[in-house]
Every structure is written in C-alpha cells, then in structure tokens.
Design a protein around this ligand. Structure first.
Ligand code: CA2
Length: 154
C-alpha cells in the first residue's frame, strides 16, 4: 500500500441510493456492488501510488462535509458520484466551487441519454471533468485521470 503523502489522497464520494448498487436495477446500474468498486479502486490506487478513501451517504450535508474534509486533508482529487443530488443540489455546487481540490464527476449511467430531469447537472460546471455511461469502469477511468492530473499530464 502506498504511504500517504499530502497530495496522494483521493476521496471517492457517493451519494444517495448508491449503497443499493448491484442489488436492484442491474440493467441500468450494473451488477457490481459499491464494495466491489471500492476494492477495485484501492487495488488500482496501489498501482498508481494513490490512497483511496471511498464513502457513501444518503445525506446531502455529509457530502458537503466530506468535500470540505478533502480540502482540509490536502487531497489531490475528489471523485464524486452525487447520484440524484447531481440534478438538485446547489449546496454541492457551492462546496465544490469553494475548495481548490479538483473534482471529477462520475456517473454509472449516461444521464444525458435518460429522462430530461437528469440532463441538468449542478456539478458539471464546477467539475474538472465528467465521466459518464461506462458503468463501474468509469470510477477506474476517473482514478486514472486523478493520477494523470497529479503527474501534471492532464
Ligand atoms: O448513473 C449514475 O451514476 C447516477 O448518478 C445514479 C443516480 C441517478 O439519480 C443519476 O441520475 C445518475 C441514482 C443512483 C441510484 O442507485 C441505485 C442503484 C441500484 C438500485 C437503485 C438505485
């Protein structure tokens, strides 16, 4: 496991209902559980020299607190799947804007190809970039992007 330094910490934050991953609606969100994704990211983090700290909450304020925590701990990136709060939360947008840690927005599905209420993201305008529609693999792509940003390659 890599040693934690000031800049190799990546927080991976997951919003409401994502604790249900792999148990319901596999046709939309896939069969992989959030624990599977967490284990995959820790292993991938080892390879990339990154410490991965993954969490999930059904409560908007927890996600806001964790964004502040990422800044306080000097994280090099946050990977954020804000779930349905993506489409509703000005508080999350403000929190992302308030910190200098780059936030990579991830979605398992492609919200742009779904219902119109999923087309607006409050996160995208303040995110460094967005990865959506590639299922669980999107989280690995985001971690790769975090590593590349840290190296100055992105
Ligand atoms: O595609 C994504 O990752 C979403 O962020 C998932 C959110 C949805 O509201 C966004 O529009 C797109 C929903 C997460 C709900 O997760 C579930 C997982 C399994 C079963 C039921 C819900």
């Amino acid at each position: 496991m890599p040693e934690q330094s000031a800049t190799n910490l990546v927080l991976v934050l997951n919003g409401p209902n994502l604790n249900l991953l792999g148990t319901r609606e596999p046709e939309i969100y896939g069969a992989t559980t959030l624990d599977d994704i967490g284990a995959m990211l820790v292993a991938e983090g080892d390879r990339l020299g990154l410490i991965v700290d993954m969490r999930q909450s059904n409560h908007e304020g927890h996600l806001v607190d964790w964004l502040h925590e990422a800044a306080g701990r000097g994280a090099c990136a946050v990977i954020l799947n804000a779930g349905a709060y993506t489409h509703t939360s000005v508080a999350l947008r403000d929190a992302i804007k308030a910190i200098s840690v780059p936030v990579i927005e991830v979605h398992l599905s492609n919200p742009a190809a779904r219902e119109s209420f999923r087309h607006r993201s409050h996160v995208s305008p303040v995110a460094k970039g967005v990865i959506q529609g590639f299922g669980a693999k999107g989280y690995a792509l985001a971690l790769d992007a975090a590593a590349a940003m840290r190296q100055g390659d992105l």
